[in-house]
Design a protein around this ligand. Structure first.
Ligand code: GDP
Length: 451
């Protein structure tokens, strides 16, 4: 049975959560393999609208086992609160397993993250301040706390003491903050152990057995290829590897088991946080796209920050698909672009008068400018009907919308307006990966599958 990874081709927020939720219907296990609660996956289904941060996007499907693998950064309180929110909104309790080797985000990771962003002031990285960089730094400095450590108090005490010795020097002398006493962390960690206890197991063994039985496994990535610390826009990258290649490590399955990689990209570009973003729009054009994008405008699912938006970037997406080893591509948010007469697409970059088709290292990227081609829009295509999804209360009514084609009802690729179809085919050619699906609205069912 194939093991499929769903991963981002760009800067994150491509719509992976929606696609994972949709693909989970045909999966037995859904596994998160990296990251923590620093990003959000928006899902709109029969239970309502959800922003999942830590939980795998298979939690809405009874019969699916959801797994947090060893590569995930586990914040126990945040995990509990997400589970409580599902329960409060009528979602049946999901089948959830947590790796005993996953590591725990500590309060001092969050504090360090905050202190460091404050110290950097204008040079800050735009961290979500939930402790990711200090957490992963500790992991690779061998100062992290594994979930299994929570159940062995002697070992936990020793690990905390070791981890806090140097940090308390920083708190006192660099940041001017109160010191963290390891003993004061023990009571909340005991409580965390109680909360997490029923979920904890050797997820490596669980996955090995599932693969032996021929069960279908979906691996869910967070953020996108361009945020990878080795291959992306370092230092404006994330602290774990959002690549399908890392999925086998972060989930704990053999690399050869992964047979299918679904990369997700938007029909335009968006990016939360700082860092180079060549096709970024400014002014009214940006406001208009931001307002129309996503399910209720382009605002970060975790932070609420306005997302930077821009035109589709073929150089970045081709590179992202290559890094992911994509076997299939999903284009989301096609419905959003229906207001445009013509749609610019970045086909290459230029540095010092020279054309560049390959995404360069960050130092060169800073000097690159985008080269655009313009594709026809489908604004004047015959009206396909109006959505009944309703506008968010805060959205201004847009008198201009009347009579514009609404793609959200379309389920057959051939039924798209010709220019919309041609736009997708142009993106497919530029990315170099076959488009298996086009998403035409934020809801689970608003997908066109291609054979
Ligand atoms: P993820 O982190 O990759 O799961 O992406 P996010 O959930 O952070 O951001 C994707 C945004 O696009 C969310 O607001 C989704 O509800 C929305 N979305 C996903 N697919 C579509 C689509 O086809 N059309 C529209 N209009 N919104 C979509």
């Amino acid at each position: 049975m194939p093991v499929t990874a769903v991963v981002g081709a760009n800067w994150g927020d491509e719509g992976k959560g929606k696609m994972t939720d949709a693909l989970a219907a045909e999966s037995d296990l859904v596994v998160r393999f990296q990251g923590g609660r620093n990003a959000g996956h928006t899902i709109i289904n029969e239970y309502g609208k959800f922003s999942l941060h830590l939980l795998p996007s298979g939690v809405f499907h009874p019969g699916v086992t959801n797994v947090l693998g060893p590569g995930v950064a586990v914040d126990p309180a945040a995990l509990r609160s997400e589970l409580d929110q599902l329960e409060a909104r009528g979602v049946p309790p999901p089948e959830l397993r947590l790796s005993d080797r996953a590591q725990v985000v500590m309060p001092y990771h969050v504090l360090l993250d905050e202190c460091e962003e404050e110290r950097l002031a204008r040079d800050q990285f735009g961290s979500t301040r939930v402790g990711m960089a200090p957490f992963y730094a500790d992991k690779y400095a061998k100062l992290g706390i594994q979930v299994a450590d929570l159940f062995d108090e002697g070992r936990l005490r020793q690990r905390l003491g070791r981890s806090l010795a140097a940090k308390n020097c920083l708190f006192r002398h660099l940041y001017g903050r109160p010191l963290t006493d390891p003993d004061e962390l023990l009571a909340p960690l005991r409580h965390a152990a109680q909360l997490l206890g029923p979920l904890v197991c050797d997820t490596g063994a669980l996955l090995a057995e599932a693969l032996d039985r021929g069960q279908r496994v979906l691996l869910e990535g967070q953020l996108g290829a361009l945020r990878d610390p080795d291959h992306g826009i370092y230092p404006f990258s994330t602290s774990s590897h959002p690549l399908a290649g890392f999925a086998s490590v972060g989930a704990g399955i053999p690399a050869r088991a992964l047979t299918d990689v679904v990369a997700v990209t938007k029909a335009y570009s968006s990016c939360v946080g700082a860092g180079p973003f060549l096709t970024e729009l400014a002014g009214e054009a940006a406001d208009e796209l931001r307002c129309r994008g996503g399910d209720a405008g382009e605002y970060g699912a975790t932070t609420g920050r306005p997302r930077r938006v821009g035109w589709f970037d073929a150089v970045a997406t081709r590179y992202g698909c290559g890094l992911q080893g994509a076997s299939r591509l999903v284009v989301t948010n096609l419905d959003v672009l229906g207001y445009l007469d013509r749609i610019p697409v970045c086909v290459s970059y230029e540095i010092d008068g020279q054309r560049l088709d390959r995404f360069p290292a960050p130092a060169r990227l800073e000097r690159a400018t985008p080269v655009y081609e313009t594709l026809p829009g489908w604004r004047d295509a015959p009206d396909l009907g109006k959505p009944d999804r309703g506008k968010p209360d805060s959205a201004e009514p847009d008198p201009d919308d009347s009579g514009r084609p609404d793609l959200s009802q379309v389920r057959d690729f051939a039924a798209l307006p010709t220019a919309a179809r041609d736009y997708v085919l142009a993106l497919e050619k530029m990315a170099g990966v076959p488009v298996c699906a086009v998403s035409v609205g934020p809801r689970r069912e608003e997908i066109i599958w291609r054979n």
